[in-house]
Ligand binder design. Structure first.
Ligand SMILES: Nc1ncnc2c1ncn2[C@@H]1O[C@H](COP(=O)(O)OP(=O)(O)OP(=O)(O)O)[C@@H](O)[C@H]1O
Length: 625
């Protein structure tokens, strides 16, 4: 990479204290045009505060800011915006009732002399075009109807409408699924190529390596490594800078073959409108089961229905073999179910309460005084302190807000552990949590499962699902479409299963058309080492396995590996029976994920035409996923 040009922004020795908390104690960062600069650090290191100082949301106490070589002193976000600095926050600041277009041009700065609506529309289209996202946003749609990823795109377009040169992204990937993350990275890469400077805050180190050019690492409010080229660093270099010590393995070793205990929670065809249509899975004693899928697929709503927060209108839930229909959370808690929701701040913590009070909250709501005796309870609290890595019992009386997001999350999980739950439901348990805390949360969950609880984890982080969970059930558009051992899955296969129903149905139709045109049998298969799993097979008579079309669970069956795949992929190869030949062609998603193979078995001798048709289907599938 060529040496970056003179820095656009230089922040030096920034200090900031909130009440008692010293958030920044000498933080510095330099950002140049045309780079993606990672801002890293453990929870509470001061990344957000530094970002907010630069973008005018927070006033610094001490230190200097320079922008294009001149002193900068933003007193408000508007000041920073007029200099060309914008921030895309974790919680978007959009007006939900206004349209996409109205939001993009909401800042007065974006409307010099007030652009006429037609011009606004054209300008918004140009901006989205420059991001390669012209089709991604309906300009007239109300922002409340958009997905998290679309709202983020509106924020970016809003920054570009005022021609921001520096855009700070504060944990932009926390609520996105892998495909959406890649799309965001594509947008960021285009912004960088256009000469803009980007600051990227993230706890996911694989993302940092994927998208940043340089990184600045913070610890306890200070910069401990400034503008280091990402390519010169390893993951352990970064962790060492972040926490001052090495971190062992992040994920505990999963047993290769899961010895499942008896079923604890059996969910059959659960329907909980509007999102959950047909969710089925079985959760066993002592296992960690993942519920994977895209944001909006209905996973959180499934957990809410199981915890009595959302009524279900159909299907069956069985707990320890008995029908279970919770009407309110207290029903679920009494039945031994704990729930860690996605939004810590809104749904979980009581900010003004102490850690002790927050810990005991589940206990109180479940038992109203008839639970554990004081002595037992205090002994359990002491044990939990050890599990939490809290050094000092006095911290129990500290206010919850004194702790970083990661520590708050551990306290919320511990709240449920105090009740010895038989089932623990967790929604995105490591969202916004740094790598060190994440690793201790994984260890906590493993310990809970080892003690015999059944753990159900919703996560959009596919790597986390694959490494933490022994099995994964994938939900797509409100229905489970696969439930299998993590060992036979990888990120690409999860991506394939999680794809929206509409694109999978379109793919099944493509296979059906292929069968019809060639008079053969088309199928889609995934290779796993020496085995081939057939996903859906479409025979000459039409769709024989209607899985993806009808919304039923597709059979995911092991099949023999055709000669075509063993000897010459991409060409027709005669089958051993001498009657048929098969062609196997690899399919990728448009983002390059390996999606396995499509195969076509045709009677007799083949014509080159069939191969051309296969290629057409292959391309069509690629653009669908
Ligand atoms: N408005 C505020 N009032 C009081 N304390 C605050 C405020 N904002 C931040 N802090 C505290 O300042 C410290 C640094 O917080 P900051 O959010 O900047 O860290 P961070 O590195 O962005 O953390 P995370 O990765 O968890 O987002 C933390 O101890 C936090 O509790």
């Amino acid at each position: 990479m060529p040496a970056p040009p003179a820095p656009l922004l230089v922040a030096q020795g920034i200090e900031k204290t909130f009440d008692q908390t010293r958030a920044l104690a000498g933080a510095s960062v330099e950002v140049s045009a045309g780079e993606v600069h990672g801002l890293l650090g453990a929870n509470g290191a001061g990344k957000s505060t530094l970002s907010r100082v630069i973008s005018g949301h927070v006033r610094r106490d001490r230190g200097t800011l320079a922008w294009r070589g001149a002193a900068l002193d933003p007193r408000s976000p508007r000041d920073a915006l007029s200099a060309g600095i914008a921030m895309v926050m974790q919680e978007t600041t959009l007006a939900p009732d206004l349209s996409v277009l109205e939001n993009i041009f909401l800042p007065e700065l974006a409307q010099p002399g007030r652009l006429r609506p037609a011009l606004q529309r054209q300008r918004a289209r140009d901006i989205l075009e420059s991001l390669g996202q012209h089709a991604a946003l309906p300009l007239g749609s109300e922002v409340r109807r958009l997905s998290a990823a679309q709202r983020q795109l509106v924020e970016i377009a809003k920054a570009l409408a005022v021609d921001a040169t520096l855009i700070i992204f504060d944990e932009p990937t926390a609520s996105l699924s892998p495909g959406e993350v890649e799309r965001l990275f594509d947008v960021m890469t285009r912004l960088r190529a256009a000469g803009r400077a980007l600051v990227f805050v993230s706890h996911r180190l694989e993302e940092v390596f994927a998208v940043t050019d340089r990184v600045t690492v913070m610890r306890e409010g200070r910069t401990v490594g400034g503008s280091l080229p990402t390519a010169s660093l390893s993951q352990s270099d970064i962790v060492r800078l972040m926490v001052g010590q090495d971190l062992g393995r992040i994920y505990a070793e999963r047993p290769a073959v899961h010895a499942a205990g008896e079923p604890v929670l059996e969910v059959r065809h659960l329907c909980a409108p509007p999102r959950v249509r047909d969710v089925s899975f079985t959760l066993h004693r002592g296992e960690i089961l993942g519920l994977g899928g895209l944001v909006g697929a209905g996973r959180s709503e499934t957990l809410e229905a199981l915890f009595g927060l959302r009524p279900h209108s159909g299907g069956e839930i069985r707990l320890h073999g008995k029908a279970f229909s919770p009407r309110r959370p207290a029903d679920a808690i009494r039945a031994g179910i704990g729930f860690v929701p996605e939004d810590r701040r809104l749904q979980s913590i009581v900010p003004d309460f102490s850690v002790r009070e927050n810990l005991l909250l589940g206990h109180l709501s479940a038992y109203r005084g008839f639970g554990l005796g004081y002595a037992t309870r205090d002994a359990r609290v002491a044990e939990l302190l050890r599990l939490l890595g809290l050094p000092n019992e006095r911290l129990l009386d500290a206010n919850m807000l004194n702790f970083s997001g990661g520590m708050q999350q551990k306290i919320i999980i511990a709240r449920w552990l105090l009740l010895d739950p038989r089932v623990l439901l967790l929604d995105e348990p490591t969202k916004g949590v740094d790598i060190v805390t994440r690793s201790s949360i994984y260890a906590m969950l493993q310990e809970v499962a080892d003690r015999g609880a059944a753990v159900l984890v919703v996560s959009s982080d596919f790597e986390e699902l694959l490494r933490l969970c022994s099995r994964i059930a994938v939900v797509s558009d409100g229905a489970t479409i696969a439930e299998m051992e993590s060992a036979v899955l990888d990120e690409a296969k999860l991506t394939l299963f999680a794809a929206p129903r509409s694109s999978m149905a379109a793919n099944a139709r493509l296979l059906a058309d292929l069968s019809e045109e060639t008079g053969g049998a088309a199928f889609w298969a995934l290779r796993d080492g020496g085995r081939l799993f057939c996903l859906n097979r479409v025979g000459g008579t039409g769709v024989s396995d209607p899985g993806f079309v009808a919304g039923a669970t597709p059979r995911f069956e092991e099949t023999r590996i055709p000669a075509a795949l063993r000897s010459a992929p991409g060409t027709f190869v005669a089958e051993p029976d001498g009657q048929r030949s098969t062609l196997m062609a690899q399919v990728h998603s448009h983002r390059g994920h390996d999606l396995g193979w499509i195969g076509l078995t045709v009677p007799g001798v083949t014509t080159p035409d069939a191969a051309t048709i296969v290629r057409r289907v292959q391309d069509a599938i690629t653009s669908n996923i």
